[in-house]
Each structure stands twice: as C-alpha cells, then as structure tokens.
Design a protein around this ligand. Structure first.
Ligand code: NI
Length: 223
C-alpha cells in the first residue's frame, strides 16, 4: 500500500533544508549501494558531514514524529537517519528492492521506505518514483514537502531525470507490525476509530472499535 503524507514539511522547513543543501557536497550514490543495487543505481548522495546531517535530521524529524498519518500508517519502531539523494539530468535508479537489514551499529529491519520530495515537480522532468504493486505500476511525483511511504519489499525505480534536478530525503523504518497487509488493515481501522471517537466518543460502537484496534495492535506488534 502506498500512502501519501501531504505537507509533511512546510515552506520554512523546505527553505532551511535548501539553504543547507545548496552549499553541501554530493558524492556518487553507488558508494552506499549493495552489490545488486550498485548495478542499477545512478544518482548522487549527500557526502557524510555529521554536523550538517544533524541539522537536517532535526528539521525533518520534528515533522515526521508529529505526523498522525505517518504514525498510524507506519507504526514506527525505529526510523533510520535520512539520506539526501540528488538526480541530475541523465540520472536514474533502476528496478530494485531496498536492503532488508540496515544500520551501522544497531541493525534494524526495513519494513517501510519513505521518500520526501524536496523540489517542486514543475522544476524537473522525469524523476517519478515508480512502484510495482499487485494492481500495476504506480508513479509518484509529489509537490515539495509531501512524502510517500510504501513497503520496502516492493520493486521500485526512479525514472530518468530529463531536465532540472530531483532532490529527495529518504529513510527506512522498522515497523512494530512487519506485515504490510496487517499494517494496512490497522491503518484503515484506526481511521474509522478516530472518526468514531471524534463524532460519538461515548457510543458503544466507538468503544468497541477502539478496543478492537488496540487489541489487534497488541496481537500483532513485535517490540
Ligand atoms: Ni529504493
């Protein structure tokens, strides 16, 4: 399931991120790719600069942590440090699945991948994130500040950029619920629950749906 998170970052945050990235150095993205991915990867990533990365993480994590959609849809247990990737004209990233286990230091399993778009879509041609789903391919190219989350196990690619520059922030999340179908069910049930708790919190149906959600999450969560 693909879920869009509109306006995850606001204009002020985007300005600040661009200001920081404008002076930054980018390196060949193949340096961080696994064996299979390095054959199809052709992009650039922000060079390792711990101080700069800390400033960027602080800006982004403030929003990610507060996003109700992100929390409900992803059920995040561990969120990796962000990577900043840049695609200039001629660059792309061919079909691949993301590495199953990540982390220098403590390891975590990648259940959910997240892309935050940082440049307005009209400023570059191509650069769509193309995700294979059971219902066909879905192409995603969102306004700056919007994000998409999708199961890390799905085959995906980034279409070649023709003009301009595709700039994105990426991260991977270990979810409390590893199975994508279960996460989807919980997300839908949580939306119903939220609506009932808002409109009629004292009703039996609201209480029953709330209890069902909480106990399903307890049944499926791994901590
Ligand atoms: Ni990927």
């Amino acid at each position: 399931m693909l879920i869009q998170i509109p306006e995850l970052l606001n204009a002020a945050q985007l300005d600040k991120i661009h200001e920081l990235l404008d002076q930054a150095r980018f390196v060949d993205g193949r340096l961080t790719a696994g064996m299979a991915a390095s054959k199809v990867k052709n992009n650039e990533e922000l060079a390792l600069d711990p101080e700069l990365l800390q400033r960027l993480y602080r800006i982004i994590m403030a929003s990610v942590g507060h996003s109700a959609v992100f929390r409900s849809a992803v059920l995040p247990a561990k969120v990796a440090d962000f990577i900043f990737a840049r695609y200039q004209p001629g660059m792309h990233y061919g079909d691949h699945v993301d590495d199953p286990i990540m982390g220098q230091g403590p390891k975590f399993r990648t259940d959910v991948s997240m892309t935050i778009f940082l440049n307005p879509p009209e400023t570059y041609d191509g650069g769509e994130l193309v995700i294979r789903t059971p219902f066909g391919e879905q192409q995603v190219k969102l306004p700056a500040g919007h994000a998409v989350v999708y199961p890390s196990a799905s085959v995906h690619r980034v279409a070649e950029v023709g003009r301009g520059e595709r700039l994105v922030a990426l991260t991977w999340i270990q979810s409390f619920v590893r199975d994508a179908a279960r996460r989807e069910l919980l997300y839908e049930l949580d939306q119903a629950r939220e609506q009932l708790l808002r409109s009629d919190p004292q009703s039996d149906v609201a209480k029953n749906v709330d209890r069902s959600y909480v106990n399903l999450l307890r049944m499926w969560a791994e901590v």
